[in-house]
Design a protein around this ligand. Sequence first.
Ligand code: ADP
Ligand code: MG
Length: 236
Amino acid sequence: MEIRNIKRQFDGESVVDDVSLKVMPGQVTCLLGPSGCGKSTTLRIIAGVDMQDSGQIYVDGNLVCDTVFRVPPEGRSIGLMFQDFALFPHLSVAGNIAFGLKGGIRPNRARIEELLSKVDLLRHIDSYPHELSGGEQQRVALARALAPRPRIMLMDEPFSGLDNRLRDGIRDQTLEVLKDEGTAVLLVTHEPAEAMRMADEIALMRNGRIVQQGAPYNIYNAPKDRAAAAFFSDVN
Ligand code: ADP
Ligand code: MG
């Protein structure tokens, strides 16, 4: 997936200011930056739920959106996970995965079982969301997002609602499942420690721009400026 020169303004204010970024197959790319810097807006544009003022989006080398041409969200081979991953309360685990987030092709029973065993929840296939812990619901949401086999998964602070004690375990399991499925990941977070743990590549964002990009330890060891250094100072 690649975006080129994406710009977005709200009320004359530049929120995304000429952002270009590539997400490579098999990799986790992390869009990292403080609250309000434009991360979610960038993700929403890629997902197709918001529209850029200028710039292009490509998936597998094919244009999916510029200012005159636009593939709808369900045609982009993109999966989504947000902090508020709300499952449908009236549907079982299997029903949630089968129904999906936006319709489209329904996964068959074998695919649902395959995904539930990957997230280690096969025994809960007929449970309802209220019978599951927060971490388990999160894993169902992951299975639901993966069901249509998206080429790329967009994740917006997906772990921030979880209990601290569970978070690292769920982060690691999520990565394992995504790698196993071969899904590329664009993960948005404001937490440097999360980016250091999960990313193959970090794009550091500030005031709507990507100010530095590279492997986690390269950025951590050689932050480009004082603001970048200060931002990483609480990682240990
Ligand atoms: P982040 O995810 O990095 O915290 P966002 O992309 O959510 O940042 O927001 C960046 C800026 O854009 C914020 O100042 C926010 O208030 C503004 N913004 C986001 N969406 C809208 C909108 N629909 N209308 C007006 N301003 C918006
Ligand atoms: Mg956000």
